[in-house]
Ligand binder design. Structure first.
Ligand code: GTP
Ligand code: GTP
Ligand code: MG
Ligand code: MG
Lengths: 297, 278
C-alpha cells in the first residue's frame, strides 16, 4: 500500500516535525511510481506530482500521524478532487424521450451496460427503451435482445426497422425513437458498435447520429483495465462528440483503474457509473473516495 | 569514463514519455537509465543510434520469434483453446485463426464453449457460417467442458485437423471461473493426448499494467502456449505485453489488427518494437 511504501522511504526522518526537500523528493518518486503502476496517464502523473512538490515541502506532521500517512492523506484527498467529487446523476429531458447514446471502443462493455442502465431506469420508473444500433458485429442485435428480455425492456433493432434502410444506422435510431415514443417510453438507450476513435468513417457515423437525434447524454463506456490509451480514446471521442458522462466497466477485477483519472481529466465529464460484474444488476454509482483508495492501494 | 558533454535530458525525458505512454510500464526507468549510460560511454552519438539501440533492446526482450505457425499434434486433431478476460477479442480471434488455417489447407472445427453470455454462441455460429465450417455448440447455461469434449470427439471422429475452442470471458480474479477453465483443460486432455496443444491467452491491446496480473493468474491456473494481443489497429501500443511475456515465459504469437477475418498478423519482435517507439 502507498502508506507502507512512503513510510519505508521516509523512515530516516529526523524528529523535527517538517518534511525536508530531499524527503519530499523520495516520497514523490514513490508516489509517481504508484500512479504509473495504477495506469494514471503520464501527463497527469507529472502534473500531479509537480503540484504535490510545491505543497509538500514544509508539511508539518504531528506526533500521532507519520509523515508517510500524512502524505498519503494529502495525495488521497487531491485524487478525490481530481476524480470529480460531486455526484453526477443521469440527465433527464423535460420533454420525453431522453436519448442516451452509449459509445466507446470495441469490447468495452457497451451492450451489457446498456442493459444494466435499462434495468436501473426501469426500477426508477423512468420507462426505458433499448435501441440496437450495432449493425456490424455478428449477433450484436441478438445479444441486446436477449439482455432486453432478461430485464423486461423492449428492444428496437434491425429486425423491427426492416431491411429497406438496413444499413443506415441513423434512420434505424430515428425509427427506434419513434417506436419508443409510441410505446410511451421516456428514456431511450442507444447501443452502438464499438469503434476506434481514429476510424474516421465510424466516428463520422456517430457524429451524424448525434446531430440527427440530439441525445441528452453521450456516455463513454470505457474498460477499467485500460492503460495509457485511455487518454487518446477519451480525447478522440470527446473532440468528435462531446462526452457528457463516463461509465467505467469491469472494475470487479483487480485493475487499479487509473484510467478513471485520465478520462475524467481529459473530458471533464463526470464518471457516472462503474460496472462491477456481468450480471445486469452490477452497476454502481461512481464513488470518488473508493476510486482514489483503489488507485493508491 | 569519458563523459559525453551534456546528455540531452529533454531527449531522455521524451523517450521516457513515449515508453510510458506505450504501456511499457515501470521497466521504462531502468531502460532509459541504460540508454543514458550507453550515451555517456560514448557508444551512441546520434538520434538514429539511440533509437536503433532501443529497438534492439526491446526486440531482444522477446524470445526468438515463433512466427505465426501453430504447433500441430503429432496425430489426431490439434486442439486449440482460446481464453482471456471479458471483451478482449477471443471469439473474433478464434474465427481469424480458423480462417488462417483454412487458407493453409487445414480442416477446422469451431466450438462455442461460451455457454454463458447472451449471443455468444450465435456470434461464433455466424463466423463459422461465413467460413463454411461446422460449429459444436451446447445449451445456454450448460457445462462448457461438455462442449469442449464434444468438439474433440467430433474432430477425432471426422478426422478434422484442428478444433478451435472459444471460451467465455472471465476475470482472473473469479476463482469459480478459473476452476471452470481448469476443468475444460482437464476434460479435453483426457479425451485427447496432449490436448490442448495450443492455449492462447488473448490480451486487449489497450490493457495497462493489469496485463501482468492477468497473465500471471491465467498461467498459474492452466498451461498457456501463447499470447495474442488484439486491437493494435487503434492507437494502443500494447507495451504491457513486453514485460509480461518475459515474466511468465510465454511467447507472443499473433497480433489482432482489425475486425475482419484477415486481420491477424504473426508476431514479429522488431516490427513490434518499432511501432512501440512510434
Ligand atoms: N466482469 C465484468 N464483465 C463485464 C462488465 N461489463 C461488461 N462485461 C463483459 O465484457 C464483455 C464485453 O461486453 P459487451 O457488452 O459485449 O461489450 P461491447 O462494448 O458492447 O462490445 P462491442 O459491441 O463489440 O464493442 C462481455 O463478456 C460482458 O459480459 C463488468 O462490469 N464486469
Ligand atoms: N479493432 C479491432 N477490434 C477487434 C479486434 N479483435 C476483436 N475486435 C472487436 O472487439 C470486440 C469484442 O470481440 P469479441 O471477439 O466478442 O471478444 P471476446 O473476448 O470474445 O468477448 P467476450 O466473449 O464477451 O469476453 C468486437 O467488436 C470485435 O469486433 C482487433 O484486432 N481490432
Ligand atoms: Mg456491443
Ligand atoms: Mg467471446
Amino acid at each position: 500500500a502507498l502508506s507502507e511504501r512512503l513510510t519505508g522511504v521516509l523512515k530516516n526522518l529526523s524528529s523535527r516535525g517538517v518534511l525536508t526537500e530531499d524527503q519530499v523528493k523520495e516520497g514523490l518518486r514513490e508516489i509517481r511510481l504508484v500512479l504509473l503502476e495504477a495506469d494514471v496517464s503520464y501527463e497527469l502523473t507529472r502534473e500531479f506530482v509537480g503540484r504535490l512538490r510545491e505543497r509538500a515541502v514544509g508539511i508539518e506532521f504531528g506526533k500521532t500521524v507519520s509523515p508517510g500517512q500524512q502524505l498519503v492523506k494529502f495525495v488521497h484527498d487531491e485524487l478525490v478532487t481530481l476524480l470529480g467529487k460531486d455526484p453526477a446523476p443521469l440527465a433527464f429531458a423535460t420533454v420525453s424521450p431522453t436519448v442516451i447514446l452509449m459509445v466507446g471502443l470495441q469490447g468495452s462493455g457497451k451492450t451489457t451496460t446498456a442493459a444494466k442502465l435499462a434495468a436501473r431506469l426501469k426500477r426508477e420508473q423512468k420507462a426505458p427503451f433499448l435501441v440496437a444500433a450495432d449493425v456490424y458485429r455478428p449477433a450484436a442485435e441478438d445479444q441486446l435482445r436477449q439482455l432486453g428480455e432478461e430485464v423486461g425492456v423492449a428492444v428496437f433493432g434491425p429486425r423491427e426497422h426492416g431491411s429497406a434502410d438496413g444499413d443506415d444506422v441513423v434512420s434505424l435510431v430515428q425509427g427506434g425513437i419513434a417506436a419508443a415514443e409510441k410505446a410511451r417510453a421516456r428514456t431511450v438507450i442507444v447501443d452502438t458498435a464499438g469503434r476506434s476513435q481514429i476510424d474516421e468513417e465510424m466516428m463520422g457515423e456517430l457524429e451524424r447520429l448525434k446531430s440527427a437525434v440530439t441525445p441528452l447524454e453521450v456516455l463513454l463506456v470505457a474498460d477499467g483495465m485500460t492503460g495509457q490509451d485511455a487518454v487518446r480514446i477519451a480525447k478522440g471521442f470527446n473532440e468528435a462528440l462531446g462526452i457528457t458522462g463516463v461509465i467505467l466497466t469491469k472494475l470487479d477485477g483487480d485493475a487499479r483503474g487509473g484510467a478513471a483519472l485520465s478520462i475524467h481529466g481529459v473530458t471533464g465529464a463526470p464518471i457516472k457509473f462503474v460496472g462491477v460484474g456481468e450480471r445486469l444488476d452490477a452497476l454502481e454509482e461512481f464513488d470518488p473516495v473508493r476510486m482514489a483508495g483503489r488507485i493508491l492501494q | 569514463a569519458v563523459l559525453v558533454k551534456g546528455v540531452d535530458h529533454e531527449m531522455l525525458e521524451d523517450v521516457e514519455r513515449v515508453l510510458i505512454e506505450a504501456d511499457f510500464g515501470p521497466a521504462t526507468f531502468s531502460l532509459v537509465e541504460n540508454l543514458e549510460q550507453q550515451i555517456r560511454r560514448g557508444g551512441l552519438k546520434t538520434e538514429d543510434a539511440f533509437r536503433g539501440w532501443l529497438v534492439d533492446e526491446i526486440a531482444g526482450m522477446f524470445g526468438a520469434g515463433e512466427a505465426g505457425e501453430l504447433h500441430f499434434a503429432a496425430d489426431g486433431p490439434t486442439v486449440v483453446l482460446i481464453l482471456g478476460v471479458n471483451g478482449v477479442g477471443k471469439t473474433t480471434q478464434a474465427a481469424k485463426l480458423a480462417h488462417r488455417l483454412l487458407r493453409s489447407g487445414k480442416s477446422v472445427l469451431l466450438a462455442a464453449a461460451d455457454t454463458f453470455r447472451p449471443g455468444a454462441t450465435e456470434q461464433l455460429a455466424i463466423w463459422a457460417d461465413r467460413l463454411g465450417l461446422p460449429v459444436v455448440r451446447g445449451t445456454r447455461g450448460g457445462d462448457p467442458a461438455a462442449v469442449a469434449y464434444d468438439a474433440v470427439e467430433a474432430a477425432t471422429a471426422r478426422g478434422i485437423d484442428v478444433a478451435i475452442i472459444d471460451t467465455a470471458g472471465r476475470l482472473h480474479t473469479e476463482s469459480g471461473l478459473m476452476k471452470e477453465l481448469q476443468k475444460i483443460v482437464r476434460v479435453v486432455g483426457r479425451r485427447c493426448d496432449g490436448a490442448p496443444h495450443e492455449s492462447f491467452l488473448v490480451l486487449d491491446g489497450t490493457v495497462g499494467q493489469n496485463a501482468m496480473q492477468q497473465g500471471k493468474s491465467f498461467a498459474a491456473a492452466v498451461p498457456i502456449s501463447g499470447l495474442i494481443v488484439t486491437k493494435l489497429d487503434g492507437t494502443a501500443r500494447g507495451g504491457a505485453v513486453v514485460c509480461l511475456q518475459r515474466e511468465i515465459g510465454v511467447p507472443v504469437r499473433f497480433l489482432g489488427v482489425g475486425e475482419r477475418l484477415e486481420d491477424l498478423d504473426p508476431f514479429e519482435p522488431r516490427r513490434f518494437a518499432e511501432r512501440l517507439l512510434g
